[in-house]
Design a protein around this ligand. Structure first.
Ligand SMILES: *Cc1c(COP(=O)(O)O)cnc(C)c1O
Length: 396
């Protein structure tokens, strides 16, 4: 059995970043709008837009900032209602509150995917939809886009943790009117902090660029449709959510690593998933047929176990060296909707609550070897055995 790997550290930043970092340190040129052209942030935007096959990209300080700017750039009025899945990270409803809008939560099934009946039932009462592809699990985007389009509702994709995922061969984050990604350290590309917003909508990007902090005529440094700006010059508040050049030079050389990370992450995930899925106490929700996942972590659900069994499993796995969180049972978990006290009393969402109380979350970085993944699977299976199969009494 291989030793247990370090499951928390990120990959080293590619060596090629050093030269650019040195150049920036020498010149002190850290602000994206100082250089007349080709600032690292601008180059990142151009490369990311090209890689994703969309017209416009705006790099910002976080994915949360990108989500907030998406809402603000659509001109949603104060109090507009935004539908989100109840299984997401607290930053998502937070971005909606920050934009003076009201999050409306819909049920998520044991599959970790949006319950479409509940989604549809709430659609007539909302002004926009924000689909969070939580932990890279994709809900039925064909149906979601069809239902939203039929009502003229804009769809924002929170693809923070889904970079590299495909849906019917199309890149996740490019299906809705806007897509937002994260470069926070636990995501596929690690800039420490950072985010990027993608859209093909010239007017939306014009507003987002100004709102993000392109004051005066700094918007002229963006390769976007400049006609759109005459309408918005001096008409929008500046939130100053820009990205620094230093972040961009750390992020840019990682774009070339993405395909490998996606491939290795999927290999690791599918290997462990296939092994632990053999246990009668575990199910790993399958991907949908339209979906090609890009996982850098592992989620699985415990079945037919009591709360006590679930907690004992988590403790046992931890003692054996693998840290697992059950979203709905670890204290103050930011992915359990009832902990979002800033929204007021928690809504009644029994399906999502039941799912979260049995859904396990375990990091599984792309850099692990298959042997290391086997060591992780061994621990998960041993911990389950330990908890669910009490030792047989020795015969006297
Ligand atoms: C990480 C994450 C976010 C927030 O991203 P930041 O860049 O840290 O703001 C939002 N949604 C999901 C699904 C995430 O995983």
């Amino acid at each position: 059995m291989a030793d247990l790997p370090n499951m928390h550290d990120a990959e080293p930043i590619p060596e090629s970043a050093r030269q650019e970092i040195d150049r920036l340190l020498q010149s002190g040129d850290l602000f994206r709008y100082t250089a007349p052209e080709d600032a690292p942030v601008s180059l990142l935007e151009a490369e990311f837009a090209e890689m994703m096959g969309v017209k416009y990209a705006l790099a910002v300080s976080s994915c949360s900032a990108a989500l907030f700017l998406s809402l603000k750039s659509m001109g949603l009025p104060r109090g507009a209602r935004v539908l989100i899945p109840a299984f997401t990270f607290a930053a998502v409803p937070s971005s909606i509150v920050h934009a003076d809008c009201v999050p409306v939560l819909c049920e998520v099934d044991h599959s970790y995917r949006i319950n479409l009946a509940d989604f549809e039932a709430r659609l007539d009462d909302v002004d926009a939809v924000m689909i969070s592809h939580m932990r890279g699990h994709t809900s039925d985007m064909d149906r979601i886009l069809e239902l939203a389009d039929a009502r003229g509702l804009p769809v924002i994709e929170d693809a923070a943790h889904s970079l590299g995922t495909l849906w019917n061969g199309r890149k996740i984050g490019t299906l809705g009117r806007v897509g937002c990604f994260s470069f926070q350290s636990y995501k596929m590309i690690n800039g420490g902090e950072g985010g990027i917003l993608l859209t093909d909508d010239a007017d939306l990007i014009a507003r987002a660029v100004i709102l993000s902090g392109a004051y005066e005529h700094n918007w002229k440094k963006h390769p976007v449709l400049h006609d759109a700006f005459s309408k918005w010059q001096n008409q929008l508040p500046l939130y100053n959510l820009r990205m620094s050049n230093l972040s961009a030079v750390v992020i840019r050389p990682q774009l070339a690593e993405l395909d490998r990370r996606v491939r290795d992450g999927r290999r690791n995930h599918d290997h462990v998933a296939a092994r632990i899925d053999q246990s009668p106490w575990i199910t790993v929700p399958p991907s949908l047929p339209q979906e090609e996942r890009a996982p850098d972590s592992l989620q699985f659900s415990l079945c037919d176990m009591t709360d006590g069994d679930v907690d004992a499993f988590v403790d046992t796995a931890k003692a054996m060296g693998v840290s697992i969180q059950v979203f709905g049972r670890s204290k103050d978990n930011a992915r359990a909707f009832w902990n979002w006290g800033f929204l007021g009393p928690a809504p009644d969402l029994p399906k999502t609550r039941a799912m979260l109380s049995r859904a396990c979350d375990c990091r599984l970085p792309a850099r692990l070897t298959v042997a290391e993944c086997d060591a992780v699977a061994d621990v998960i299976l041993s911990a389950i055995d330990h908890v669910m199969r009490p030792p047989v009494q020795a015969l006297a």
